[in-house]
Design a protein around this ligand. Structure first.
Ligand code: NAD
Length: 303
């Protein structure tokens, strides 16, 4: 029988799906099961979230392990090099949160344009600031997307439905994707200088760290809004504070930060900024999809 160790808690529905596929499922209890390096022997697959670390030592002490599935995105807790050396397949589920993040981007664009968060907090302070809170429409505005992968494309699809003009930039060839979504391929400079909304969807890499800094804010429209749901560090936070203070841009919305949770809260408290605590993928549906994708990928790989 093919044996799978569920090292961190995952959705009940995913466990049922794996059992239905004939897999022998063992739920690990980290408090009583001892070190995973001793427990891993005899298992063909292991499922982890972020808590359990599949280190080189764990991989080397495994004897029948063929597949490691990280239910979620980041693979920092799995030694991929050690797995590769032993011919063990490592998988994750980066596609699970795509729609949730795209919907969050649209929410933040609306919230920025219509001062939703400021309107709500002034009402709760018993103030009726009708005149101060006039906004702008998204209709026929230009959205610039930097990083036209899974999430960037879902954002584009939704923005097109709002009849926005969508520009996209990526380091890979996106000609076909632009045709599919009716977006216009653009240079990063065009996106920076022509967009009313700029949304970031790149991974955090040495090349993307601080890619939006003072030089970029200098070229943006004073009416532009910046949205970052990708990774903290892609935006230079000190430069953003300066751009908001000096009116180089109209506002920004951040779901991700250089330090999480932040230690310096001055940017968060800026009146032109909307801040959310890394919740773009925190939806019931995205969580369910993580479980579902984990189960299907594991079943497929162990077939
Ligand atoms: P993806 O891999 O599908 O797309 C990323 C795109 O960025 C790729 O097309 C890639 O070619 C492009 N890219 C890489 N370097 C670039 C550069 N220097 N300039 C321009 N483009 C570049 O990833 P995705 O699933 O769309 O995720 C995008 C980002 O969103 C990632 O940083 C991911 O970690 C983040 N994310 C955040 C949350 C959240 O909760 N806030 C949830 C999921 C994903």
């Amino acid at each position: 029988m093919v044996r799978v160790l569920i090292a961190d808690p995952i959705a009940e529905s995913a466990i049922r799906k794996m059992k239905d596929a004939g897999l022998d499922i063992v739920l690990r209890d980290a408090s009583s099961d001892g070190p995973i390096k001793d427990q891993i022997k005899g298992f063909d697959g292991v499922v982890v979230r972020s808590a359990t670390k599949i280190t080189r030592e764990v991989i080397e002490s495994s004897d029948t392990l063929k597949v490691i599935v990280r239910a979620g995105v980041g693979l920092d807790n799995v030694d991929q090099e050690a797995a590769k050396e032993k011919g063990i397949t490592v998988m994750n589920t980066p596609e699970a949160p795509t729609v949730s993040v795209a919907e969050m981007v649209l929410s933040l664009m609306f919230a920025l344009s219509r001062n939703i968060t400021r309107a709500d907090s002034s009402m709760k302070d018993e103030r009726w600031e009708k005149k101060k809170l006039a906004g702008t429409e998204l209709w026929q505005k230009t959205l610039g997307i930097i990083g036209f992968g899974r999430i960037g494309q879902e954002v584009a699809k939704r923005a097109k439905a709002l009849e926005m003009n969508v520009l996209a930039y990526d380091v890979v060839d996106i000609t076909e994707a632009c045709r599919t979504y009716g977006t216009q391929k653009a240079s990063i400079d065009d996106i920076i200088s022509k967009s009313d909304y700029i949304s970031l969807h790149v991974p955090l890499l040495p090349q993307t760290k601080g890619m939006i800094g003072s030089a970029e804010f200098e070229k943006m429209k004073p009416t532009a809004f910046l949205i970052n749901t990708s990774r903290g560090g892609v935006v230079d936070e000190a430069a953003l504070v300066e751009a908001l203070d000096s009116g180089k841009i109209a506002g920004a919305a951040l779901d991700v930060f250089e330090t999480e949770p932040p230690t310096d809260w001055s940017l968060i408290k800026h009146p032109k900024l909307i801040a959310t605590p890394h919740i773009a993928s925190s939806t019931t549906e995205a969580q369910a999809r993580v479980g579902d994708l984990t189960a299907s990928k594991l079943i497929e790989a162990l077939k």
